[in-house]
Design a protein around this ligand. Sequence first.
Ligand code: CA
Ligand code: CA
Ligand code: CA
Ligand code: CA
Length: 517
Amino acid sequence: MRRGQASMEMLLLTAGAVLTAVVAGYYAVSSTASVYSELNNVAYSTPTTGGSSVTLTFTVSPASGSPSTTFHLECSVSGGAPSSVEINVDSSPVAVCPSSPCSYDGSFPAGNHTATCTANVGGNTYTKNASFSVVDNPPSVSAVTTDVGGGSYELNCSATDDVQLSQISIYLDGGSTPEKTCSFSGVSGTCSKIVSVAAGSHELNCVAVDNTGHVSHASKTFTVGSTNHAPVASFTYSPSSPTTADEIEFNSTSTDPDGDSLSCFWKFGDGDTSTSCNSMHKYHTAGTYTVELNVVDPSGAYDVATQSITVSASSADTTPPSVALDGVPTAWQNTDATVSVVCNDSGSGCDSSSYRVFLSNAEISTCPSDYAQYTYTSPTTVSSHVWACGAAKDNAGNIGFSGVYEVNVDTNAPTITLLPSDKEVSQKSFTVTATCSDSDSGCAGTYMYYRNRLILWGDDCPDPGSGYSATATLDVEFSCTKVFWHEVCLPITVCAYATDNAGNTSSVVKKNYTYKS
Ligand SMILES: [Ca+2]
Ligand SMILES: [Ca+2]
Ligand SMILES: [Ca+2]
Ligand SMILES: [Ca+2]
């Protein structure tokens, strides 16, 4: 890259004139021709030629630099007209000029250099030296670390060189093998790598080399805390276009930056859930569902992934759903029952809008197979003793029917009658018989009470409960007293009630018996 102010063409064109001038001058001063020289950039002014001092001013700027520095060398002559001016560096010519000033711009290899300016003036040769130095510095290098999250760090080495940077290598924790090596051809470069590091203290070492083999180091220690990192949730499913006939395989592909084992919790979007990281699931109804996977690491850090999955109806479904009824009381009760249809279909799934109930007041042994007879929507309230059937359609239109269910609801109280029914009885002792009648759950028991009462007492019955005996017959006897020639017998009051098997209680029935001889 050396470049003389005087080009080669210029030198060739002017060579004759320069030589002529040099020869003419040399001969003009004849044997008195001398060489005057001086080191360094100090003005020099001897001898005197034609009444004036010849002075060479030779400067090299800057006085020191790097191999990439462009040095400006300039030599000017005063006190006489030179026939030629030549600049040499380390004894090699870099510029030859026919007149003053003469200059050269160029760069030089590392080392100490001596430049010489030589001028011929009036047959005398004047020289002047200037020294300068070129230093090739090693690269400067810096080390930086950055926490990029997820337990990872970016290791970053940057270097610049005064001439050319060749290579940067990244070392971690004193390892002998670099994590990464980058090559360069310019004066600067950056080499970086993201690595996953464990908790603790670490050291990054950056090694930079320039084109002449200079090596520089930089290091940076950094400490990674033991903080836990949250997992990253993700999952796949297969097949990708499922139908209601498919068992779909859901697989968690979640990861944890710390390598923690993860717990999975699935929500399939149809109300079903699972805690198995790899789960099978079947959708019974066609539609689009949002599947949610929540993964949790042992420290409680979690992440959620969701995907939308579209399930189409299986076209091959010709099987009716299986149908049952829920909410049917197994024992008699005297309150309303809520009966609802339960449907299960392994093909296209149940159409919940199709659930219907059929109710019969009379006992039936089979359910009707005509969907139009199922006039109650599910769930339906049942307030009496009936026989019930359910019907439902699947999403392919197949209709399923349940079996017959007896719904044991009895809200009707039993009735009770007492015998004898006569109010006047001709025997002093007799038996009163209670008879219960119940239409639905049947009679559970009868309860009776009696007393011989004074006229003053009235004939009220106690409320059902204490005072009554659980019996269907009661032996009673008039209490009689002779007053003069009359026998006076107190009247008898008998009270009774009945219960049925659903817990209903009849009203209290009362009989007043009087003795008539
Ligand atoms: Ca260098
Ligand atoms: Ca973790
Ligand atoms: Ca079906
Ligand atoms: Ca009843």
